[in-house]
Design a binder for this molecule. Structure first.
Ligand code: GLU
Length: 317
């Protein structure tokens, strides 16, 4: 893998990626259960690269905050793995690709309330429940973690740090019947210790955190850097490697295989249009473009990462 590009070359390259991949016409979809995401202009496009040597490169709308949605699941998993109860966590959620949509009820019912992985909604609800056993407001803990890793106002050129968009969370919560159904299934199978409604509410607030590409790339750097984040150790080297493995196999909904084929990097997407991708040992990349493909992944974001990987040789293969 070619990992070293001169600063000027990388600056030019990501500038060129923005030029080529920023959508010129509206295509793709928006999630039906989160109305405010449809209001984000279709031609927003940003990319940021945070390197293990401490540099941050960015282009396009890389400083515009967007809704991180399911990218939050990478960070809640990392927080859960920081604790001492990981054996219990892994008895409640598996580490296999689901091959079904991220909010499928059928698989959870057939598999007796044990979610396939922590990155589908049912799995993230279990991780949230696990965190809430020790920290009732797991979303607030996540926000503190992200603020620390991503840099806040002072450290970020006067820009706003990560925030929970409480209004967006309330509006999503009002149309969260499916997530509530998943939580009630989990509860019925004995795989949730808190009240189903409380877990869904906390989970939706995690998803409603607003961050920019620059902030997400910095917050995800520990995954490229043997567990060392911008603000100290987040995970051991082995645990960081394992989170990367789960991103590779489960991070892109039921398009994980296609993403591995096209991009060749561990990634995690969210229906806000963001994708966090990891080049182990070298950098964390965040790309954002709000319109989605049929599987819920950013259309232009995936194409941009495939292009970037082809042009740099950045790949785990
Ligand atoms: N909050 C969204 C949901 O639970 C997140 C979906 C996603 O980004 O995958 O449906």
């Amino acid at each position: 893998m070619t990992t070293t590009l001169h600063t000027a070359a990388l600056d030019d390259l990501i500038g060129d990626i923005v030029l080529h991949h920023r959508p010129r016409h509206e295509s793709g979809t928006v999630p039906r259960n989160i109305p405010f995401l449809a209001e984000v202009p279709f031609d927003r496009f940003g990319i940021a690269v945070a390197t293990t040597s401490g540099d941050v490169f960015s282009s396009g709308d890389a400083d515009v905050p967007f809704s991180i949605q399911s990218i939050s699941k990478v960070f809640t998993l990392a927080m859960a793995l920081q604790g001492t109860r990981t054996g219990r966590l892994w008895s409640r959620v598996l580490r296999e690709p689901s091959g079904t949509s991220f909010n499928s009820l059928v698989q959870l019912e057939a598999e007796q309330g044990i979610p396939r992985n922590p990155f589908i909604n049912a799995g993230a609800l279990v991780v949230t429940d696990h965190l809430m056993e020790e920290t009732p407001d797991a979303a607030a803990r996540l926000l503190r973690f992200l603020t620390e890793q991503a840099g806040n106002q002072e450290g970020d050129g006067g820009r706003q740090g990560p925030v929970i968009d409480e209004a967006a969370a309330a509006s999503e919560l009002a149309s969260s019947s499916r997530n509530l159904a998943l939580a009630h299934f989990l509860k019925d199978f004995g795989n949730l210790t808190q009240a189903a409604g409380a877990v869904v509410e906390n989970y939706v607030r995690q998803c409603s955190i607003m961050m920019s590409c620059v902030q997400l790339a910095k917050a995800g750097l520990f995954l490229a850097n043997d567990g060392q984040g911008t603000a100290g150790t987040v995970l051991s080297r082995n645990e960081a490697k394992r989170v990367g493995s789960i991103m590779l196999t489960c991070g892109m909904y039921d398009a994980a295989g296609e993403f591995a084929y096209r991009v060749g990097l561990p990634g995690k997407s969210g229906v806000g249009g963001g994708i966090l991708a990891i080049v182990p040992g070298h950098c964390a990349i965040c790309v954002w473009s709000p319109r989605l493909d049929a599987k819920g992944n950013s259309l232009a974001g995936t194409a941009a990462l495939a292009d970037l990987s082809d042009r740099t040789g950045w790949s785990v293969f």
